[in-house]
Write a protein that binds this ligand. Structure first.
Ligand SMILES: NC(=O)c1ccc[n+]([C@@H]2O[C@H](COP(=O)([O-])OP(=O)(O)OC[C@H]3O[C@@H](n4cnc5c(N)ncnc54)[C@H](O)[C@@H]3O)[C@@H](O)[C@H]2O)c1
Ligand SMILES: Nc1ncnc2c1ncn2[C@@H]1O[C@H](COP(=O)(O)OP(=O)(O)OP(=O)(O)O)[C@@H](O)[C@H]1O
Length: 550
């Protein structure tokens, strides 16, 4: 992607930059001083002046040469920046031209075309995003700029499939405040105070209506299939939305009826890489595993996810779907076949939920992800890695099928942390804190808290306690050369890889969180999930009668 001029050089966009500002003044003064030294040294030596003066002038000449090299370096950097600026402007002009062509082509036969007329044009990254969003908040327009070829067969239609734009704002104690998280710490007059917090409730407000939905479903579930078909029909007929599903789901829908031929899908994994540019919203129908699956499909930015719960637990799936099979499953003597067949949903309920989401604003939880790289012992340098692998829950390094203790050397930003000897280690996000990490004795942490959980699995030590580290650290877990066995790494419980002695896993916070829609808000949803899912701290209340303080 072409960099914005501001990233290249703060002065590039400004034609009236003074020489002092752009560094040329330094270069000139360096050249002048070198000239003076040259003049000085070119004069015939005055008789009687001792060797010290000659030595001094030699030294001055060397300094002048070095300074000239620096100034030449600066000039070439300037030239490079100017070249980048020229490329950027060329690309920008080309994009604008293309956009104009598409808009005036008149082939707006998609529903999207009707809606486009009411929408503001895409923002230009710099100046216009300020106009749309004000100085604070984040506008999705900036992401929309990088158009890449569409994999849909109808080129015109796909050009028109622009993403809906939205604005994020941070709310404070129930009040909405557009103050973005800047100036977290102030230190006026030597007094340190903190103001904005990064983990406030975030609200997403649509600036143009969402138009393309991706529905992801848990496989092998009759009730999910029936619900999916019902939802697709409603979204198409009542909401006029473009709908994407996985190839497997498209087949399932077509097996049911050829009516569903309008549903879109993709042919290759490469096409999945472009999905984030066309999908406004993802709906998941399943349990937490389906949310993990959705997140794993996006190796970069992730569109907001609306997770409907059709699993047994649902820590990340706050939208409930009431169905008869849930109710039947409470009666143990019903066979699973009967339960599977009894898929009568309260359609009104999910429709109301989706209507509220389409209207907005909606509270969202930005779930942080970890990005992981494996560095093999044979790698020539730190940049020769496997990955990145992104996880929403956790990355686990364990002993796999080996019966030996794992022996893992752990470093945090190059400081030695400890050597884990036991079954393994979990590096978890706060969203994953209620999953495997919890089972291994880690704390439960609100998903909006930015941090990385460092939780050992069955450590063979009486003094090992789990840690929570700040979000900005980089962790490195290495299998020592003298380890008796291999270790195994897995990502959100999947894609196992073997780590041989000398291999390492490097892990840090990813820049692309997973935005999930809240049913109420981040905190209420989290507390509800630990109450309903885990029956957290459920205890009969002590009766009033009995001994008490007077
Ligand atoms: N001992 C354990 O508790 C254990 C062991 C292996 C894996 N896991 C978890 O399973 C996850 C993979 O989930 P899956 O659904 O693909 O596999 P799965 O079908 O085997 O389900 C694992 C269970 O973990 C629950 N779960 C997943 N993410 C959760 C979260 N963030 N908070 C609370 N519970 C959560 C799921 O609801 C499910 O009940 C892994 O990321 C790991 O956290 C847990
Ligand atoms: N679209 C998908 N394609 C392939 N596999 C999927 C997909 N969605 C979910 N899975 C996998 O299916 C498994 C079960 O999914 P999920 O956890 O959503 O359902 P569940 O097990 O019924 O829910 P719960 O864990 O709450 O009981 C998980 O391992 C998940 O990775």
């Amino acid at each position: 992607m072409i960099q914005a001029p501001s990233e290249l050089d703060p002065n590039q966009g400004n034609a009236s930059v003074s020489p002092q500002e752009n560094g040329f003044a330094d270069a000139l003064s360096v050249l002048n001083s070198e000239k003076a030294v040259q003049e000085l040294t070119a004069q015939p030596p005055v008789q009687g002046i001792d060797d010290h003066l000659v030595e001094f002038s030699e030294a001055m000449r060397t300094v002048a040469k070095a300074l000239r090299r620096v100034s030449e370096g600066k000039a070439s950097a300037q030239a490079e920046a100017a070249e980048w600026k020229r490329k950027y402007e060329l690309e920008r002009a080309r994009n604008l031209q293309l956009e104009h062509k598409v808009l005036s082509s008149g082939e707006h036969n998609d529903e999207r075309a009707e809606n486009l007329a009411d929408q503001p044009l895409l923002c230009d990254a710099g100046e216009q995003s300020e106009r749309c969003c004000g100085k604070n908040g984040i506008c999705s327009h900036e992401v929309l700029r990088d158009g890449e070829p569409d994999f849909d067969s109808n080129a015109i239609q796909s050009k028109l499939m622009r993403k809906a734009s939205f604005k994020l704002s941070w709310c404070c104690k129930g009040e909405k405040s557009d103050q973005h998280k800047h100036d977290i710490v102030s230190f006026e007059k030597g007094n340190i105070t903190t103001a904005e917090r990064s983990s406030k409730q975030i609200s997403l407000k649509w600036e143009s209506a969402p138009q393309t939905l991706l529905i992801l479903t848990k496989p092998n579930s009759t009730s999910v299939q029936i619900l999916c078909a019902d939802m697709v029909r409603w979204l198409k007929e009542q909401k006029r939305l473009n709908i994407y599903v996985e190839p497997r789901v498209k087949l399932e829908l077509l097996t049911e009826s050829s009516y569903y031929s309008f549903v879109k899908t993709w042919q290759s994994d490469k096409e999945i890489l472009l999905l984030h540019m066309k999908v406004d919203l993802i709906v998941t129908l399943g349990g937490d595993g389906t949310v993990l699956w959705a997140a794993s499909m996006f190796k970069g930015p992730v569109p907001p996810i609306v997770p409907f719960s059709l699993g047994s637990l649902g820590f990340m799936t706050p939208f409930r779907i009431l169905n008869l099979s849930d109710w039947l499953s409470t009666f143990h003597n019903f066979s699973s076949d009967i339960q599977g067949a009894a898929c009568f949903f309260d359609s009104e309920h999910y429709r109301e939920c989706l209507d509220a989401i389409f209207r907005g604003p909606l509270s969202i939880t930005l779930r942080h992800r970890l990005q992981c790289h494996v560095i093999r012992e044979a790698a020539k340098n730190e940049f020769e890695t496997e990955g990145p692998m992104l996880v929403l829950n956790e990355v686990t390094i364990d002993r796999g099928i080996s019966s030996f203790l794992t022996n893992l050397e752990c470093y945090c930003d190059n400081s030695f942390v400890t050597c884990v000897q036991g079954d393994g280690l979990i590096l978890s996000t706060t969203s994953g804190s209620t999953a495997y990490s919890l089972a291994a004795g880690g704390s439960m942490v609100h998903p909006q808290v930015p941090g990385i959980l460092f939780t050992p699995i069955c450590p063979h030590s009486l003094s090992f306690r789990p840690l929570i580290l700040p979000e900005h650290v980089t962790l490195r877990v290495q299998v020592p050369f003298n380890s008796r066995g291999h270790a195994w790494v897995s990502f959100d419980g999947k894609d196992r890889k073997q780590l041989a002695p000398g291999d390492a896993l490097v892990c840090s916070m990813a820049p692309w969180p997973v935005p999930t829609a809240c049913q109420v808000d981040s905190t209420s949803d989290f507390l509800r999930s630990i109450h309903d899912g885990l029956h957290w701290n459920l205890r009969k209340t002590q009766s009033f009668d009995g001994p008490r303080d007077l």
